[in-house]
Design a protein around this ligand. Structure first.
Ligand code: ZN
Length: 333
């Protein structure tokens, strides 16, 4: 087996690719807007994307996609990789306790292996990206949420239930703001894109002088209404000098840094790779405080020489990780 299919289920795009396992090259790719209407439209869209991949290959004179090529599927949200069951997907109805891998198999006729998107991005970065040659690797996706993955001896370390690497839910401030799953003070509630935005909106609702100044700063950063505030706008207002936004960004960096410190003390990674939109968009703004938090909390930080670098594969990390997972599973790597 030297080629596999990979599908990445994102909040905005559903993407599919045919991946050459020998060099990790993406031979063909297709995408469509993620169908929001529940499982059936999503399953049909996956099947249609694979048909489009086949048509694209035929147009370019490529080898046809063999009927037995398996599918690696990167998927957000809590899930059970062993049974291929999702436990609810963010913003998508109908996926609680849903046998997604089995249903993909029934509609496409292909074996399907499901795994968490952040874990697969870790595997992708370890295989071909910024984590290549560094083991163990700690990968973090700092985005709407904060997810992560650990690659150990070239393989994903999933833990007993495939849930290892969830560094976003490490508690960094006991009794602090809650994440979407209800944990008080976990890094995701404070430091994720949605956490930053939620906290800015809560501050806006306080009609004191600081709240008024914040409203003006966020309007200038592009927020037409309090509901429209997102982390990018908070970041922009912080760069423009608004003290509340600067503090929110500092606290986001600190919470994420402390969660990383906990993970570093536990697994002693050779490298930390950070991807995701929040990290990409605000890297230089976030890193000083994040590095400070790490230096304060990690055992022997000075002499560990762990480096911390941005992810290299962008949106392809999950697709490539899904392909790599299949290769490892089938002994083709
Ligand atoms: Zn949490």
């Amino acid at each position: 087996m030297d080629r596999v299919l990979a599908v990445d289920l994102g909040g905005t795009w559903l993407r599919a690719a045919l991946v050459d396992l020998r060099g990790g090259r993406i031979l063909a790719r297709q995408r469509c807007a993620t169908p929001l209407g529940g499982p059936e439209p999503l399953l049909e869209a996956i099947d249609a994307l694979i048909a489009r991949l086949a048509a694209e290959l035929a147009d370019h004179g490529g080898d046809p996609i063999e009927p037995d090529l398996p599918i690696g599927l990167a998927c957000p949200g809590p899930l059970d990789p062993d049974s291929g069951t999702t436990d609810g997907l963010p913003n998508l109805p109908g996926f609680a306790d849903f046998p997604l891998a089995a249903r993909v198999t029934s509609i496409t006729g292909r074996y399907c292996r499901l795994h968490n998107d952040a874990s697969l991005a870790a595997l992708g970065e370890a295989w071909l990206g910024a984590g290549r040659g560094y083991d163990p690797l700690l990968y973090v996706t700092w985005s709407t949420g904060i997810g992560g993955g650990i690659v150990l001896d070239g393989r994903l370390f999933g833990g007993a239930k495939g849930l290892a690497g969830e560094i976003g839910h490490l508690v960094t401030q006991d009794g602090g703001p809650r994440c979407a799953l209800g944990h008080a003070g976990c890094a995701e509630g404070i430091g994720s894109g949605s956490g930053i935005a939620r906290r800015a909106r809560a501050r806006l609702a306080q009609p004191d002088g600081e709240g008024v100044a914040l409203a003006v700063a966020l309007r200038e950063a592009g927020a037409a209404a309090p509901d429209a505030v997102d982390a990018r706008m908070v970041s922009r207002a912080a760069l423009a000098g608004d003290p509340t936004c600067r503090q929110l960004m500092r606290e986001a960096a600190r919470a994420t840094g402390l969660a990383l410190a906990g993970a570093v003390n536990l697994i002693d990674p050779a490298r930390i790779v950070i991807g995701g939109g929040v990290a990409r968009g605000s890297w230089s703004q976030l890193m000083p405080e994040l590095q400070r938090s790490l230096a304060q909390s990690v055992l022997a930080w000075d002499r560990r020489a762990i480096d911390l670098v941005p992810a290299a594969l962008g949106d392809d990390a999950g697709l490539l990780g899904a392909a790599r997972l299949l290769a490892l599973e089938r002994g083709a790597a």
